[in-house]
Design a protein around this ligand. Structure first.
Ligand SMILES: Nc1ncnc2c1ncn2[C@@H]1O[C@H](COP(=O)(O)OP(=O)(O)OP(=O)(O)O)[C@@H](O)[C@H]1O
Ligand SMILES: [Mg+2]
Length: 265
């Protein structure tokens, strides 16, 4: 589904892209985790990042959120160079490893993160808890939640302050199928309201729910486009085969590993 960009403006100056990278690079010793990436992502869309383990997805997100410094190049969010205090409250980030406090309850975790970013509206915090279906577990310490519930609480912590640029690093790992569908419906509502989402995933049906995909490998963006566009350009109706095409790898017999390292379906 393609959501219309809300960056349309009546002023003569076009709005800055929500997320930009200019020759962005991050090296860890000899490893070029992000190896010279240029991006310009208009607002109001869902961007999916796909690529094998170690292809640089998390590092790219950490550079864009300003949590790690670039070896060279620039990251900008909403036209502001990162890291930026101004942008703190405008950005939501759900980390790949849950960043919640195990001893604090569901309510304490969420109200702490919300307050950190200036959200003190109790009703909004409750709405976010309802979204992740944890509104009946307010007093439960995070360490007593199931793995999927902890993921859901992490998502709530990233969204409660109503950020306009949202980075989600494998947000639905361990989340049950029904709730996963609800999450994606919510992501589309956020994008329709003008938010920009950058979501990493290894799940192909989630990739298909994105407005645009970035195929990543070895710190590079191999290809960018709508899922339909990438399939057409690769001459296939299968996103995993499309990835292999752009990676310069030929699809091999049935159980070959795809972009995600999972067997092709
Ligand atoms: N703090 C670090 N120190 C050293 N190397 C790192 C560090 N963080 C990441 N790397 C390396 O950078 C590369 C990219 O890692 P990254 O976590 O960005 O990959 P990813 O695409 O998110 O993988 P996954 O799908 O497994 O989450 C890997 O080779 C990784 O080992
Ligand atoms: Mg990662």
């Amino acid at each position: 589904m393609t959501v219309a960009s809300s960056s349309t403006t009546t002023s003569a100056t076009p709005a800055a892209p929500a997320v930009e990278a200019v020759a962005l690079r991050k090296a860890f010793g000899a490893i070029n985790a992000v190896d010279g990436i240029d991006l310009s992502l208009p607002a109001g869309r869902i961007y999916g990042m796909l690529g094998p383990n170690g292809s640089g997805k998390t590092t790219l997100i950490r550079l864009l959120t300003g949590l790690t410094s670039a070896t060279s190049g620039q990251a900008r969010v909403l036209g502001v160079a990162m890291p930026s205090r101004t942008n703190l409250a405008r950005i939501g980030y759900m980390t790949q490893a849950d960043g919640i406090y195990p001893e604090l309850s569901v309510w304490e975790n969420l109200s702490f993160f919300a307050a950190l970013y200036g959200q003190r509206d109790r009703a909004e915090i409750v709405r976010t808890l309802e979204l992740v279906e944890l509104d009946r577990r307010l007093g439960t310490p995070a360490l007593q939640l199931s793995g999927g519930m902890r993921r859901r609480l992490s998502l709530a912590c990233a969204l409660a302050h109503r950020p306009t640029v949202i980075f989600l690093d494998e947000p639905t790992v361990g989340v049950d199928p029904a709730l996963r569908v609800q999450f994606w419906d919510h992501f589309h509502r956020l994008a329709a309201d003008g938010a920009t989402l950058l979501v990493s995933s290894h799940v192909m049906d989630e990739a298909d729910r994105c407005d645009e995909l970035l195929f990543m490998r070895d710190g590079h963006v191999l290809a960018q486009g709508t899922p339909a566009d990438l399939r057409v350009r690769a001459g296939t109706d299968n996103l995993e085969s499309a990835f292999l095409h752009f990676a310069g790898l030929s699809a091999s017999p049935p159980a070959a590993a795809g972009p995600t390292g999972e067997a092709a379906r």
